[in-house]
Design a protein around this ligand. Structure first.
Ligand SMILES: Cc1cc2nc3c(=O)[nH]c(=O)nc-3n(C[C@H](O)[C@H](O)[C@H](O)COP(=O)(O)OP(=O)(O)OC[C@H]3O[C@@H](n4cnc5c(N)ncnc54)[C@H](O)[C@@H]3O)c2cc1C
Length: 394
């Protein structure tokens, strides 16, 4: 692993590999992953083989240095075949961005990113916590630094694929005296923690993300605390990346559902040559909705990449205008995606309502319903409401 030819380390080469593995691996196992609520291990093995997990790592450290819009396109392509796999990739990329963008020229982190590329490590996230109710910007648990090491314990309500990850990025208070919002982000590797599962993950959808609650007990070297406050990391990276990447993979799920609806309409058309089936009009509406959804995340990702190309501009991401844009994308995409899958279901009818078969939309529908809950839309809108009270320049 870690040995890619020149073409395959470009975005075009990587995207081609993801298209192939989405078709030949992720799509084949997606129903079983969903039915058994099991981790998509075949897809992850294929992603590792194709060096996709390190694609955002800077070229100088062995990766392909993909931009946000390029990462988002990979998530959309994978999400079309298997929503849970697309979500795992999106969450991994948003955690990885926190390291690539906030660890500067720190040689320990540089060595870690090289190692991540060589071994294709998978990164998970623990922001949720018992008692903070989905507010990612508050922690109860605190870092305890003793000399060159820290210990950290956290009771997380939801920890996607934590049992399968190579490392977890954990939000926590800076120290035992810090306020709940005075957070840092700590990296803990598998050999440095113990996990005790505290709840189950028998959900309607996104079953393959394997996201039960976990109690974490960890001890690690102090350099593994990401430099700077988590507030910076959240504004400049975690929120922009997660909202764009999630929106992209949700649009991928809609694309998967739309492809099944289109197959169904074409099959009807073949039975009545010379006559356009009545459902073709609804398919045209669905295609227009999907295009609008895609353009929303593509446009914002592009805007972000342009700004990000100039390091002096990064501070602008702390502005309310940018926070509103990313939050609004999250709310718009998570509201639109289930409606579009619903439109696909109306086109397909009963074969789409079945739990299996080539036209089944059951998995797509259930997976996409998680979108508005994953950081509750009401919580995101409440933040926007506060900002809009003071924002003058609309
Ligand atoms: C598929 C999936 C994967 C996930 N993976 C992870 C992971 O890997 N790591 C992790 O840490 N977390 C993960 N999460 C959890 C996620 O990040 C949130 O913490 C969680 O979705 C919030 O849970 P909640 O709905 O119970 O809580 P809350 O956000 O508290 O929402 C509870 C209720 O309160 C309402 N509400 C909340 N705030 C307001 C407000 N201001 N105004 C009005 N109503 C409000 C909401 O609408 C909702 O009805 C995942 C979630 C999902 C769905």
């Amino acid at each position: 692993m870690g040995d890619m030819s020149e073409t395959s380390s470009t975005f075009g080469g990587l995207h081609e590999r993801v298209r192939n593995l989405a078709r030949t691996v992720a799509a084949i196992h997606a129903d079983d992953v969903d039915r058994m609520a099991r981790f998509p291990s075949e897809t992850l093995a294929a992603l590792r083989e194709a060096c996709v997990l390190s694609a955002p790592v800077p070229v100088a450290l062995g990766g392909a240095g993909l931009t946000l819009s390029e990462q988002a396109q990979l998530c959309a392509t994978l999400g079309k075949a298997c929503g849970a796999s697309g979500m795992v990739l999106a969450m991994h990329f948003s955690q990885l961005a926190c390291l690539t963008r906030h660890c500067g020229a720190n040689e320990n982190f540089e060595a870690y990113l090289r190692e991540l590329h060589a071994h294709q490590y998978l990164l998970a996230s623990m922001t949720s916590e018992q008692g903070t109710f989905g507010d990612t910007r508050t922690s109860i648990c605190a870092l305890q630094v003793e000399g060159e090491t820290f210990t950290l314990e956290k009771d997380a309500t939801t920890g996607s694929y934590c049992a399968f990850a190579d490392a977890i990025l954990v939000t926590c208070r800076r120290d035992a005296d810090a306020a709940g919002s005075d957070q840092v982000l700590a990296l803990v590797a598998r050999s440095q923690y113990e996990l005790t599962q505290s709840s189950d993950w028998d959900t309607m959808g996104m079953r393959g993300t394997c996201s039960p609650g976990f109690r974490l007990k960890s001890r690690a070297p102090s350099w593994q605390v990401v430099p700077g406050p988590f507030a910076d990391c959240a504004a400049e990276t975690m929120v922009p990346y997660s909202h764009v990447l999630w929106a992209a993979l949700w649009s991928g799920i809609v694309a998967g559902a739309s492809a099944r609806a289109a197959d169904c309409v074409r099959s009807a058309a073949r039975k009545t040559p010379g006559r356009t089936p009545a459902t073709a009009l609804a398919l045209a509406r669905l295609a227009a909705g999907l295009q609008a959804l895609r353009q929303q995340w593509l446009a914002l990702a592009h805007e972000f990449d342009v700004l990000d190309a100039d390091p002096d501009q990064r501070a602008a991401l702390h502005g309310m205008n940018w926070a509103l844009k990313f939050n609004s994308l999250k709310v718009n995409a998570s509201n639109a995606a289930p409606q579009l899958v619903h439109m696909a279901l109306q086109i397909v009818g009963i074969p789409g309502y079945k739990n299996s078969g080539p036209y089944s939309l059951s998995r797509h529908y259930r997976d996409v319903l998680s979108a508005s809950l994953m950081i509750s839309n009401e919580r995101v809108l409440a933040k926007n409401a506060d900002m809009l009270l003071v924002l003058k320049d609309f």
